[in-house]
Design a protein around this ligand. Structure first.
Ligand code: HPA
Length: 274
């Protein structure tokens, strides 16, 4: 039996997606509660993750596990309804395989969305936050191991991990559309437990504005491979200890649902301008 390399698995997955759905120039990863945004696409073709060779399958409620490609504002856009998280037990090579596949398919811009807990005390549940930078508190990095030289350098820059031009364009678009948009630093902790109040106080001291269990591995791999990244968090709840109440996943999903209209307005506006 031949053992395939990671790079070969990426190529096989990319070929299957290209056959089923075609390629795309823009990609959107839809976070918890935001999966309905695929409805914005026209001329849609889709493939279930389980039908993509070597692709992981998602296990979280609210993450559906399907890849869509379609047209939006005259552009070819692919969308992932469901992403992979380290807390599900995947290693980071699996978590970030979709980003590598996007790079193979010729995607130049990826928009990463997520649900996050608000750490900044000026935030409120329901706010949207443009991600300016990140803190990786997971102790892990998706580029650990042999470098994939065909994608990028061994020691990639993270000064501009989140594309400055895309951030400016998003702020201008939000202003034009009257969509309130916070900005800040997203901090990745592994999960699946929500953080403790002490951990949230720590992340605030460290400079975080929001916390979550995703997105950072994807930012790192996108940056490594030269893909422009835009990150937007939906602050679905204030983080642990900010309010005197326990956190739960149902509340996160519910708030995702409540803000999806505004979220969609902003994403549509940004994609139209790309
Ligand atoms: N913490 C971590 N991840 C999250 C949160 C949170 O408070 N809310 C949504 N995703």
């Amino acid at each position: 039996m031949t053992v395939l390399t990671y790079a070969e698995k990426i190529n096989l997955a990319a070929t299957a997606i290209e056959r089923a759905c075609g390629s795309a120039e823009i990609a959107v990863v839809l976070g918890s509660g935001l999966g309905d945004y695929v409805e914005a696409l026209s001329d849609v073709r889709a493939i279930d993750y389980k039908d993509i060779p070597h692709f992981p399958v998602s296990t979280v409620a609210g993450h559906k596990g399907r890849w869509y490609t379609g047209t939006l504002h005259g552009k070819r856009v692919c969308m992932m309804q469901g992403r992979f998280h380290a807390y599900e037990g995947y290693d980071l090579a699996d978590v970030t395989m979709p980003i590598r596949v996007m790079q193979k398919l010729g995607v130049k811009t990826v928009i990463l969305t997520n649900a996050a807990g608000g750490v900044n005390l000026d935030f409120h549940a329901g706010d949207l936050m443009l991600i300016n930078d990140f803190i990786n508190l997971s102790g892990k990095n998706p580029l650990t191991g042999p470098n994939l030289d065909e994608y990028g350098a061994r020691f990639p820059d993270m000064t501009y991990s989140l594309d400055r031009e895309l951030q400016a364009l998003t702020l201008a678009t939000a202003g034009k559309l009257g969509v309130p948009l916070q900005q800040g630093v997203y901090c990745w902790l592994n999960g699946p437990t929500y953080e403790t109040p002490a951990e949230i106080r720590m992340t605030r001291i460290l400079g975080a504005d929001a916390v979550g269990m995703s997105t950072v591995p994807e930012i790192i791999v996108a940056r490594h491979g030269g893909t422009r990244v835009l990150g937007i968090s939906c602050i679905t709840n204030m983080a642990a200890g900010v309010l005197d109440a326990p956190l739960n996943h149902a509340e996160v999903m519910e708030m995702g649902n409540k803000v999806k209209g505004t979220f969609r307005t902003l994403l549509d506006g940004v994609i139209a301008e790309l």
